[in-house]
Design a protein around this ligand. Sequence first.
Ligand SMILES: Nc1nc2c(c(=O)[nH]1)N[C@H]1C(S)=C(S)[C@@H](COP(=O)(O)OP(=O)(O)OC[C@H]3O[C@@H](n4cnc5c(=O)[nH]c(N)nc54)[C@H](O)[C@@H]3O)O[C@H]1N2
Ligand SMILES: Nc1nc2c(c(=O)[nH]1)N[C@H]1C(S)=C(S)[C@@H](COP(=O)(O)OP(=O)(O)OC[C@H]3O[C@@H](n4cnc5c(=O)[nH]c(N)nc54)[C@H](O)[C@@H]3O)O[C@H]1N2
Ligand code: SF4
Ligand SMILES: [Mo]
Length: 716
Amino acid sequence: MRTPTIRERSCHTRPVATTQFRSCTLCEATCGIAVTLEGERVIEIRGDADDPFSRGYICPKGAALADLHADPDRLQRPLMRDGASWRELGWDEALDLVGERLGALRAEHGRDAIAVYQGNPTVHNLGLLTYGQLLLRSLGTKNTYSSTSLDQLPHMLAALLMFGNQLLMPVPDIDRADLFICLGANPLASNGSIMTAPDVKARLAAIRARGGRVVVIDPRRTETADRADQHLFLRPGTDAVLLLAMIDTLFTEQLVRGRVPLTGLDALRTAAAAWKPERAAAITGIAAAEIRGLARALATTPRAVLYGRIGVCTQEFGGLAAWLCYTINALSGHLDEPGGLMFTTPAIDPVPLAGLLGLDGGFARWTSRVSGKPEFGGELPVSVLAEEIETPGPGQIRALLTSAGNPVLSAPGGPRLEQAFRKLDFMVSIDPYLNETTRLAHVILPPTSALARSHYDVALNAFAVRNVAKYSPPLFERTAEQRHDWEICAGLLTRLGLPRPLRGIGRWLGAKLGPEVILDAALRIGPHRLSLKQLRRRPHGIDLGALEPRLPKRLATSDRTVHVAAPPYLADLPRLERRFARSPAETGELVLVGRRHLRSNNSWMHNSQRLVKGPPRCTVLVHPTDASARGLVDGGKAKVSTPRGAIELVVEVTDEMMPGVVSVPHGWGHGRAGVRLSVASTVPGESVNDILDPAVIDELSGTSALFGQRVEVTAV
Ligand SMILES: Nc1nc2c(c(=O)[nH]1)N[C@H]1C(S)=C(S)[C@@H](COP(=O)(O)OP(=O)(O)OC[C@H]3O[C@@H](n4cnc5c(=O)[nH]c(N)nc54)[C@H](O)[C@@H]3O)O[C@H]1N2
Ligand SMILES: Nc1nc2c(c(=O)[nH]1)N[C@H]1C(S)=C(S)[C@@H](COP(=O)(O)OP(=O)(O)OC[C@H]3O[C@@H](n4cnc5c(=O)[nH]c(N)nc54)[C@H](O)[C@@H]3O)O[C@H]1N2
Ligand code: SF4
Ligand SMILES: [Mo]
């Protein structure tokens, strides 16, 4: 389908160039892009100055959408493993084969024998959020895994336990805040997360321009910290202690205020009283006066917010820390207030829709078969995936479907996962690349590229700092040999979810009912009563206004109050007490944290030359004191090791690291046999998840502790 051309320019020697407008689907910022095409060729991608939300901003990844589209390594047809090589299949043959193999294993071993792993790009993909979820539901397996447990699960758990629904995650009202405390996030590299806010750099600069303050608390002096008024080093994994001490200050100095009804204040006060700022200072590395000052500033600045993100979640006390982030905003009067942490009013409200799909959540209703880890929202933590495949017995995983995920690089214990995947009776991957994970599959089903499919940000608009809506039509009609993600999922759904006599009707319906039908219906019943037709008329998107107070109506708790002392959190506090019974002595040991780079995107965008060019990115950052103690030199090589293995990286000696902490990015290490990524596989780097221990998790939520694990670094 070709949408009406907005601007046209003609030229004597070249075909007519057209410019079309859509959203970038690569990260949570959802920037508007203007794509100039000559026929099917993408000539240029720029920021769309008329997008009311992103106002012309894009980052280098946005322009690289053109590279992804034209990448000769992007698979165009289904592949079937044939010994050591791959054979192309037709779509019907491939989908029939997958349907038959999965169906047979399910019939023989039961529903839980089929596991599913859904990766991060799912959230940027309308087809996977609609038909992908329907497929998952129809499989009805307890062995559901996703990048959630490598990421935001603690925020979702806090939303469930405090506000009554796991999707009710409030977002910082960055455009109206006069104090922005940023804990464990680096939006200048990540472009913001659970805070959809294109051009965070300008939004943070605007806070300072209106006389406000930006404070960054992070074990590394990050790009965001460089543009802040203040940066404080914090020892990894100690956020919960910092926040409890700040909360204790709010109580002892009678700074608790706010109009939102809160339940559990007494229990919270008692819990926080054990964490006086002096005690917290010895643990966190932040002075007691500074901790009190932060609490006072938060409570006395009328428009202020404390925003915590992945550094808060993916650590040993991620559950507690994420709870306390929301809680401290509630106590200091900044929940549901302009400039504070607010709830959105998206044109498609996922909260009731998730309820309709049976996705409204739940926690620890059952536990994993082998090591008894809690379920969350119907899924299990990735940390148990390998053992669930390798441990015999009823309910053992025999087959795996991965969709838009690369757990071999993205999950701690990658080598163990690889070993486990090789033991599966059957594995299928819905993925455009032959990469570290999909090379282990029996069949790969490749979808069309992002530019060739339609898009609407169902998920990310629900976490945006303004209420916005935008529909992106596909730029190209797919060829007869290609399939969209939604079509692949619909194809499998028909084969696995319907009895044989109904499959013909299912196929017919699937072909008629694309995601647009679902989208239009969801828009019409949504709070702004929009329609797809209205969105098609506004190709730059629609601004639906600033966030508005929504409580208590928006709460889904039975008593319509915010629960600030939910029992699972109180029950986890003794673990924190045990861990920090003695404050950590200066042992000279090192712990590891991750980092993101503007030109990289988790494990999968390293095949674009324009993004990977320049100095090596997969390096280990070490503080000068730690470097000299180990004879490490800037530009030299070091072995970074744990009991699980070692990787070799180039060293960067820098005082941007907190002493005792080193930083290594994730998602690298593509030079492996069988990978078909001709650019990425030549880029130096290794996978940090090869050495991280999957057993180190936040015991409360099951989330992997990606940050704060002990490592040794030695000169090579
Ligand atoms: N050590 C460490 N590990 C981490 C992190 C960290 O900070 N440190 N971060 C964690 C986080 S936050 C996340 S979200 C995870 C990400 O982990 P994953 O989601 O498992 O991995 P990605 O690297 O995002 O891989 C995305 C995959 O989707 C494919 N893909 C891309 N676009 C599409 C599409 O449109 N359709 C389909 N079907 N496939 C597509 C790509 O080819 C790739 O194989 O990594 C986690 N791992
Ligand atoms: N360019 C780019 N953008 C991305 C991605 C990408 O890979 N590249 N990934 C996307 C994804 S999947 C996600 S989830 C988001 C994540 O977005 P962000 O949450 O902004 O993630 P990071 O940039 O990794 O920043 C996390 C920060 O936490 C710090 N940290 C580590 N351990 C601790 C700790 O114990 N406590 C505290 N307080 N801080 C700690 C790290 O030093 C780091 O600066 O980014 C998204 N955007
Ligand atoms: S910031 Fe994110 S959404 Fe915007 S252009 Fe870059 S990758 Fe795309
Ligand atoms: Mo993520």
